[in-house]
Design a protein around this ligand. Structure first.
Ligand code: SF4
Ligand code: SF4
Length: 109
């Protein structure tokens, strides 16, 4: 989920936070220098990655996501979220894939 202005309103969506495995390099967790993502909200993926808890299996839903997908949502760790979360922009292919999975429109208003 991204704050960037786009075709879709992320705060009325959240589909990408409840579809993909949200993984990133382990050093983005806050048990390492410079990391920000609360490590307690993550779990290991192999040797070098971690993922947000709740996204490692289907049906996925990030533990940091509040609210109801497709209605009103929020990221409870927004300033601390991973690079993966920051890079997913509204309207990009992964966004559309997640929205389609949740039955949300994939054409902007
Ligand atoms: S799926 Fe797209 S519109 Fe929905 S929260 Fe993610 S980036 Fe925003
Ligand atoms: S950390 Fe926030 S932005 Fe990232 S998947 Fe979870 S709820 Fe979405």
């Amino acid at each position: 989920m991204s704050e960037h202005a786009g075709s879709f309103d992320c705060q009325a969506c959240g589909a990408c936070c409840a579809y993909f495995r949200v993984s990133f390099h382990w050093s983005e967790a806050d048990d390492g220098p410079g990391g920000t993502v609360p490590v307690a909200l993550t779990e290991p993926v192999g040797l070098h990655l971690r993922c947000m808890k709740g996204t490692g299996a289907r049906p996925a839903r990030c533990v940091a996501l509040s609210g109801t997908v497709g209605q009103q949502v929020g990221c409870t760790i927004y300033p601390l979220r991973s690079s993966s979360c920051q890079e997913l922009a509204p309207g990009d292919p992964k966004c559309l894939q997640a929205r389609a999975h949740h039955g949300l429109p994939i054409q902007p208003d």
